[in-house]
Design a protein. Structure first.
Length: 242
C-alpha cells in the first residue's frame, strides 16, 4: 500500500510542476521567445523541475524573448551577453530534456493504454519486466522528439535545409538525449527495485501520481547525467549555445 505521505507528496509535486508550467506559458504568451521551440521547452521543463525551471526562466529565459533579441549594429543580444556559460549549458540540457520529457510522457501513456505495444517491443519474449520493454518505446519517442526539437533550433540558426539540418541535429543531440535517458532509467530502476518492490512488489501504475512523481525525479536525474555531455558538445562547437 502506498503511504499517505508519499501520495500527498506526489500530488503536491505534480500540482506544483503544473502551476509553474502555466505561469511560464502565461508569461511567454506576452513575451514569446526569439527561438520558437523554446516556447515549448520552458513549460515542459517546468513540469518536472517546477520552481527551479520557474527561477531559471525569469532569471535568464526572459533574456531570449523576441522583443529583446533585435540588437542594432550587430551587437550581442542580452541572452548571449548576460547568460553565464554554465547557465547556457543548463539551457541546452533543458532543451534536450524537453524533447525527452514529451516523448516519455506520450510513450508511457501509449503503452499503458495499449499493452500490446510493450508486448511487441519484447515484454514476455525478451524482457520479463514490462518496464524494460516500455523503456525501448520511451527511447524511440524521446529520440524522435529530441532530434525534432534540436532540428528546429539548429536549422534556423545556421540557415540549413532539411537534410543538413537533420544531420546536424543528430550530431548535436544523440549523445545528450542518450545520457538523459540513461539517468532517467537508472533512477526509475532504483525506485522500482529499491523502494517500490519491497512496498508493492511492482512499480506503481502509469495512472498514479506516485509514478509521475518518480518520473519527475527521474527527469531531474537525467538532467544531471546529460549536463556534462552538453558542456562538452557546446565547448567543441557541435551543439549551439542556447
Amino acid at each position: 500500500m502506498i503511504p499517505v505521505w508519499l501520495h500527498a507528496l506526489s500530488v503536491g509535486a505534480l500540482i506544483l510542476g503544473g502551476v509553474c508550467a502555466l505561469i511560464i506559458v502565461a508569461d511567454i504568451f506576452n513575451r514569446p521567445q526569439h527561438m520558437a521551440i523554446m516556447n515549448a521547452v520552458w513549460p515542459l521543463v517546468a513540469l518536472f523541475a517546477g520552481p527551479i525551471a520557474l527561477w531559471a526562466y525569469f532569471a535568464y529565459g526572459r533574456l531570449a524573448a523576441r522583443a529583446m533579441a533585435a540588437v542594432p549594429n550587430g551587437g550581442e543580444p542580452p541572452s548571449t551577453r548576460l547568460t553565464p556559460f554554465p547557465v547556457a549549458v543548463g539551457e541546452g540540457t533543458a532543451h534536450c530534456g524537453a524533447g525527452c520529457t514529451l516523448g516519455d510522457i506520450l510513450a508511457e501513456w501509449l503503452c499503458f493504454a495499449a499493452p500490446a505495444i510493450a508486448l511487441a517491443f519484447g515484454w514476455r519474449s525478451v524482457f520479463s519486466e514490462e518496464m524494460f520493454a516500455v523503456w525501448v518505446v520511451d527511447y524511440i519517442f524521446a529520440f524522435s522528439f529530441g532530434i525534432a526539437f534540436q532540428y528546429f533550433s539548429i536549422a534556423p540558426m545556421r540557415g540549413l535545409s532539411f537534410w543538413p539540418g537533420l544531420l546536424a541535429a543528430l550530431k548535436a543531440d544523440t549523445l545528450s538525449l542518450t545520457a538523459w535517458q540513461f539517468g532517467m532509467y537508472g533512477l526509475m530502476a532504483i525506485a522500482r527495485y529499491g523502494y517500490f518492490h519491497p512496498l508493492l512488489g511492482k512499480m506503481p501504475a502509469v495512472n498514479t501520481p506516485e509514478f509521475w512523481f518518480t518520473m519527475q525525479i527521474g527527469m531531474l536525474t537525467g538532467f544531471l547525467t546529460s549536463y556534462p555531455v552538453n558542456w562538452w558538445l557546446i565547448k567543441i562547437g557541435i551543439k549551439e549555445n542556447m
